[in-house]
Ligand binder design. Sequence first.
Ligand SMILES: Cc1cc2nc3c(=O)[nH]c(=O)nc-3n(C[C@H](O)[C@H](O)[C@H](O)COP(=O)(O)O)c2cc1C
Length: 264
Amino acid sequence: MNTYIRHMVKAKIFAGVEKKSRAAADAPKTDAKAFHAVVDSRRSVRVYADEPVPKAVVDACLDAALKAPNSSNLQVWEIHHVVDASKKQALVEACLSQPAAATAPELFVFVARPDLWRRNAAWMIEAFDRQPEVPDSAYQYYQKIVPLVYNMGPLGIFTPLKWLAFNLRGLQRPTPREPVGKWGMRIWAHKSTALACAHFMLAMRAHGFDTCPMEGLDSKRVKRILGLPRAAGVTMAISAGRRAEGGIYGPRMRFDSKHFIHRH
Ligand SMILES: Cc1cc2nc3c(=O)[nH]c(=O)nc-3n(C[C@H](O)[C@H](O)[C@H](O)COP(=O)(O)O)c2cc1C
């Protein structure tokens, strides 16, 4: 216990940055106008046309989803594309038969898998082993820091210990306080999975298709349909297809940005 706390208190999480002036590096050219056209035209679509989304588009959008930024690059997410007709019907019902699901040619469920951090950290180390010249700090991160931060122990018994360790360390220096405990791990995995959702929906729009994110669903039933374990969390279901006439319920509405954007 003591060693754990000592290790946690002493752990150096990030390497420092050398103090020197830095010039901007070249980055690929992008089309900001096209990006904003995608963002501005993405709407939650509740009624779809009877037109499937081509497989190539689905694949490209799934690929974009998996390129979302994610915590520690541990990729603790899954995307379930439900294509089997009877499973799809069951999923529509688990989504409370809402029109955004019932009329959708394609249905996806984005799932957070906090329980898979250890497997994915091992995959990362295996990937490093296949690459030339991976810095020691990268190995250290996945071999030492990752277990310190994400291992809550069997049945979460490390949770109070972690809370104590984070808080002790925090007395001396800036310390990441989360995730702590089983629910902290769930929040942690949902954050990254939600970013994958956003990537996916914007990619669909970029290809001329539409989506609707849905959390109006029975997550227990959804998990049963997909054969998911208890530790998995349904981040949201996302329907996709081509918007039908009247499929968008009204003009886009947002409150004044002054309430949400704070400059300090
Ligand atoms: C996490 C989440 C859950 C949502 N759940 C539902 C839902 O169950 N059914 C639905 O019709 N829309 C759902 N929406 C869509 C929101 O109602 C919609 O994004 C919001 O009204 C803004 O409209 P816009 O997406 O067209 O900009 C959800 C959106 C998010 C992000």
